[in-house]
Design a protein around this ligand. Structure first.
Ligand SMILES: NC(=O)C1=CN([C@@H]2O[C@H](COP(=O)(O)OP(=O)(O)OC[C@H]3O[C@@H](n4cnc5c(N)ncnc54)[C@H](O)[C@@H]3O)[C@@H](O)[C@H]2O)C=CC1
Ligand SMILES: O=C(O)[C@@H]1CCC=N1
Length: 289
């Protein structure tokens, strides 16, 4: 029988900000009985209770029941930090069923590393890179599959992230660059917004007005690219009158290396994901020695 996303039992291992962003997207997308979603955390019962109150999800804190929530899940979402990944995966290893679907949102950690730690080449693993805008249904998620993922499991995993925004299926080696563009991307935009607000305030605007104008400008610019289908470059040209104010502003950005700084940030982020993935392998190797 084919299983739908609204029937699938989903257990989150790690109940931090990314897990909450996905849950909030799932719940507001109206996908089934939310009590079938179980949240587990290393500690912090209050956090789990708060998620239960806000989204109607279940949670477990007692060892036997936590283990059962892991064993019985159709989709096991790994949502802990890379620094906790080696230990977290080793603890899961004895609880996994063959064929049980693992979905990782952990930055940097490759499918090969997960297979190595779990000691199973055939376990279906979905490696993803979502972002926190999933919270409001405007997420952008890169997703890739190990060879053991069935067509039905792919559909479930893609469906889960589609309920939180858009999904790009990519080859696994590209997940780190997705991290550089959209996984960490919201932070670059927030950083630019902080600077625009600060510029407005320095120029004499009230901070709240500077914030309001900045938010609408970023929203409007993103919507213009989406709605018109025009290239950002062409839209930028339309704002830029020859020898006008925008040109003066862009020349200042060019002088300070804005474009190159952003490109280098995206690529450095990608490289950092690779480094973090390698650190997980090294930690796992030291645990299993
Ligand atoms: N925050 C973001 O924008 C994004 C984060 N990610 C990835 O999502 C993962 C989680 O990130 P956040 O939610 O920001 O971290 P977080 O620190 O908010 O949450 C992680 C949670 O996992 C729990 N945890 C650690 N080890 C555990 C274990 N063995 N069993 C159960 N729970 C455990 C911790 O107690 C913590 O509450 C990271 O691997 C990160 O790379 C991916 C895309 C975007
Ligand atoms: O900063 C991080 O490592 C995580 C991964 C993508 C966004 N936040």
């Amino acid at each position: 029988m084919t299983q739908t996303l609204s029937e699938a039992k989903i257990t989150f291992v790690g109940a931090g900000s990314m897990a909450e962003a996905i849950v909030r997207g799932l719940v507001s997308g109206g996908s089934g009985d939310t009590s079938r979603i179980v949240m587990l955390n290393r500690s912090d019962r209050e956090r789990l209770e708060s998620l239960h109150r806000r989204y109607g999800v279940s949670f477990e804190t007692e060892t036997d029941r936590r283990d059962e929530a892991i064993r019985s899940a159709d989709l096991l979402v790994l949502a802990f930090k890379p620094k906790d990944a080696a230990q977290g995966l080793l603890a899961l290893k004895p609880l996994l069923r063959p064929g049980q679907l693992i979905v990782s949102v952990i930055a940097g950690m490759s499918i090969g590393t997960m297979e190595g730690i779990l000691g199973t080449a055939g376990q279906p693993i979905v490696r993803t890179m979502p972002n926190t805008s999933s919270t409001i249904g405007l997420g952008a998620t890169g997703i890739s599959f190990s060879s053991g993922v069935s067509a039905e499991q792919k559909r479930l995993a893609v469906g889960m992230f589609e309920s939180t925004g858009i999904v790009s299926v990519v080859d696994e080696p590209q997940i780190n660059i997705v991290n550089g563009v959209s996984g960490s991307g919201p932070a670059y935009i927030y950083y630019m917004m902080e600077a625009m607000i600060e510029g407005g305030v320095r120029g004499g605007l009230d901070p709240e007005e500077a914030r309001r104008l900045t938010v609408q400008t970023v929203l409007g610019a993103a919507k213009m690219v989406e709605t018109t289908g025009e290239a950002p470059e062409d839209l930028r040209r339309k704002v830029t009158s020859p020898n006008g104010t925008t040109q003066a502003a862009l020349e200042t950005l060019d002088h300070l290396g804005f474009q190159e700084a952003v490109i280098r940030a995206v690529l450095r982020c990608t490289e950092r994901a690779q480094e973090m993935g390698e650190a997980v392998s090294a930690t796992a190797a030291s645990h299993t020695k």
